[in-house]
Design a protein around this ligand. Structure first.
Ligand SMILES: C[S@@+](CC[C@H](N)C(=O)[O-])C[C@H]1O[C@@H](n2cnc3c(N)ncnc32)[C@H](O)[C@@H]1O
Length: 263
């Protein structure tokens, strides 16, 4: 069963992400079929173990269709998960078996869902927040659900991603479905930019819609963590190979990975 949690935050950004994901949900798994979670988590989890990860209670925020929590169910974790898009959650529900508790909720206004050893928001969820103030709301809200030594983990797109993937047209064809991502960003997008891509699918099964994201510079994220009493333990960068490196290089890595805990 999916439960609905209330939200008291700015409607604009919530609507924008929920609208985009409600629209893309039927083809999301096809469009992202090349995202290799075993490779990614195979590098992320050892890095988290090294930073003191203990326990097996996961809160997956912005869980989408479940790709970021299903591998954790397979590893024996107890999973609670939420997303702002009911259509994405409905697909996750179909895959979640009995192990996961699912909620419709916005990451900026999460209720007290429990004490979690790991709270994460993986693969682009946090980039849909469009202001530094919303980032702080989300960090505070996710932080409130951490167990005393629990870890908060999230990724953000780097400038390299906005200057390349968000500035290009990418076509993915799978099982006879042709999906087109029309990046609208500038190839010289600057730190803190809001970037858009228009998404469409041939055949009219998915309404054309916009994905709107913001780049968050490391200094702003670190300030947000400090303001919400979270201690930044590490900032990694990685590229398509998912090999975690420090320091983060905005011009070369495609993703930044932040790891924090309650201070
Ligand atoms: C690219 S998908 C990734 C989903 C999943 N974590 C995965 O790894 O496949 C990003 C997800 O973040 C969700 N999202 C965006 N903004 C959100 C918000 N403010 N609160 C909760 N979920 C949000 C979207 O609805 C979408 O399902």
């Amino acid at each position: 069963m999916i439960r609905r949690m209330g939200s008291g935050i700015t409607p604009g950004a919530e609507d924008s992400a929920a609208r985009a994901y409600d629209a893309i949900a039927p083809v999301y798994d096809e469009f992202t079929a090349h995202h290799d979670y075993e490779l990614w988590l195979g590098n992320l989890l050892p890095a988290l173990n090294h930073l003191g990860l203990q326990g097996t209670r996961l809160l997956d925020v912005g869980c989408g269709t479940g790709k970021s929590f299903l591998p954790m169910l397979d590893r024996g974790w107890a999973v609670t998960a939420c997303d702002v898009s009911p259509a994405m959650l409905a697909i996750a529900q179909g895959k979640a078996r009995t192990g996961a508790r699912l909620f419709t909720a916005d990451m900026r206004s999460l209720p007290a869902l429990g004490d979690f050893d790991l709270v994460w928001a993986l693969d682009d969820a946090v980039n849909y927040l469009l202001t530094a103030a919303d980032l702080r709301l989300a960090l505070a809200s996710m932080g409130r659900n951490l167990a005393p030594r629990g870890l908060l983990v999230f990724d953000l797109n780097t400038l390299a991603t906005y200057r390349e993937f968000f500035a290009e047209t990418s076509v993915v064809e799978r099982n006879g479905t042709r999906m087109t991502w029309h990046g609208q960003a500038r190839t010289d997008a600057v730190a803190g930019s809001i970037c858009e891509a228009h998404f469409e699918v041939d055949g009219g099964t998915v309404p054309p819609h916009i994905h709107r994201q913001r780049h968050f510079p490391e200094s702003e994220v670190r300030a947000g963590l400090r303001a919400t009493r979270l201690e930044c333990l590490a900032v990694f960068g990685h590229g398509e190979d998912a090999i975690f490196q420090e320091p983060l290089d905005e011009a070369r890595h495609t993703k930044a990975i932040y790891v924090a805990r309650a201070s």
